[in-house]
Design a protein around this ligand. Structure first.
Ligand SMILES: [Zn+2]
Ligand SMILES: [Zn+2]
Length: 270
């Protein structure tokens, strides 16, 4: 079972919550959430198997095992209600009181990127996203994809937007990739180029980092006014990109003050 990565996430969240008090509430929430997600991932793996299936790239959202997922939704929502920060907890409670038919529609519409999904309440969309992440990640991990190194700005296996960028050591420098906001797949992306619109003109691309945490930078684009944060593992090998992304709130404030919009908000709504 691939649980090692879940442990690395929760341990990193706990570590950062202690060292970054301004982000500790969100990180403690994430730490507890990731424990539930880890259990869900383990249950899915126990039920669906730990082997790998051949799948065509881009087809991840074509699978939706409602009989396996739906019975697990109510316990997940109850658990989430118990750990969510205040305004979210009351929205989650409203969702918990709805019937299974409504839950099924929410999950399916979110998963299938249905145009009706645009009518989902923000809290419904958030809960569907958090619940379906381990399922998407299970499918991504247990597949042999026919094509893994996409160069598009959306995930090559599920089509979602990236959550965070990464620089990994390669030769003298770093190799840049993007991590999917839904299935956590990481795909190679060029060294330069906006992660939303692929703009490559250096005049239109801005990089910003703060000296207290110089291993994370904002990559902002003047053409589409979007930004993403990128975690440089050549500078900090202990970082866990999806978790460090949550902690670096001052960088988001810098971007928001300049009117940039994040490519995909994180689970704290930032
Ligand atoms: Zn994906
Ligand atoms: Zn752009």
């Amino acid at each position: 079972m691939k649980t090692g990565k879940w442990e690395r996430r929760t341990e990193r969240a706990s570590e950062l919550a202690s060292s970054h008090p301004f982000a500790s509430q969100g990180l403690r929430f994430y730490e507890r959430l990731a424990r539930f997600q880890k259990s869900l991932y383990a249950e899915i793996e126990a039920e669906c198997g730990s082997g790998k299936e051949k799948r065509l790239s881009g087809t991840l959202r074509g699978e939706f095992d409602v009989f396996m997922l739906l019975p697990r939704f109510a316990p997940f929502v109850s658990a989430l209600e118990g750990i969510a920060p205040c305004p979210l907890a009351s929205s989650v409670r409203e969702l918990r009181l709805q019937d299974a038919g409504r839950w099924q529609r929410i999950l399916r519409e979110f998963w299938e990127l249905s145009p009706v999904a645009l009518n989902l309440q923000p809290a419904e969309e958030l809960v569907a996203w958090l619940f379906l992440q381990p399922y998407a990640e299970y499918l991504a991990d247990h597949s042999e994809w026919d094509y893994r190194d996409g160069t598009a700005s959306t995930c090559p296996v599920c089509g979602s937007k990236p959550q965070v960028g990464v620089l990994r050591p390669e030769g003298e420098g770093g190799k840049r990739s993007l991590i999917c906001s839904l299935c956590a797949m990481e795909w190679d992306y060029g060294r330069i180029g906006c992660a939303a619109c692929r703009e490559e003109d250096p005049q239109k691309l801005a990089l910003y980092s703060a000296k207290e945490f110089g291993y994370v930078r904002v990559e902002a684009c003047e053409s589409c006014r979007r930004y993403i944060k990128t975690v440089d593992l050549t500078k900090n090998g202990h970082a866990v990109p999806v978790v460090d992304e949550l902690a670096m709130i001052p960088l988001d404030l810098w971007a928001a003050e300049r009117g940039y919009q994040k490519i995909h908000p994180n689970l704290l709504g930032i």
